[in-house]
Design a protein around this ligand. Sequence first.
Ligand code: E4P
Length: 217
Amino acid sequence: MRFFLDTAVLAEIEEAAAWGLLDGVTTNPSLMAKAGVRDFDAHYRAIASITPGPVSAEVLSTTYEGMLAEARHLYSLAENIVVKIPFIPAGVQAIRTLHAEGIPTNCTLIFSPLQALIAAKAGATYVSPFLGRLDDIGHEGMELVRQIRQIFDNYGFETKILAASLRHPQHVLQCALEGADVATMPFAVMKQLFQHPLTDKGLAQFLADYQKLHAGA
Ligand code: E4P
């Protein structure tokens, strides 16, 4: 399973890349705003230059023509850009055209397995089911990943499941068990993947024992 970082903050992307854990990055307009980005094109280029994998950049238009024009522009910024398109009828139409042009897409705001099936039939490279937002309203987000996995396997779709809106390491673990192809997560969650109290306790004990040995020597 690949790990993507769900952020537009360059320092976080650089740090995750240094850990060797970064397979890609996802952004959305809210994350760009949160990072205080003004010049979107320059920022996408900067992210793409430090990311050793796909970088999702989202269109802002909601019309077929508008999304196509934006998608072609975004894809011209860097060769690892994947164009993020919302799951609306015009978006699905745009995904079909972009697929024919060889432009990779990430169909976002997926909340049902049938939406994922429609996006895959249109030729989306990735679908992004939003697990945390489903959990937030009392649904079981992980069931969505399970159902999409089964549908894609039933019919041999090559579209990748990019599990999004992940809130904690348990989400990442469950995604791995359910066969999601990618988990995109906030920086804080990626950091938490390293942490276990018994690792810290064990290391402290090893170092303390070594010190004791040398203190007595
Ligand atoms: C990523 O592609 C999504 O835009 C993101 O994971 C949404 O996360 P949120 O529900 O925490 O905003």
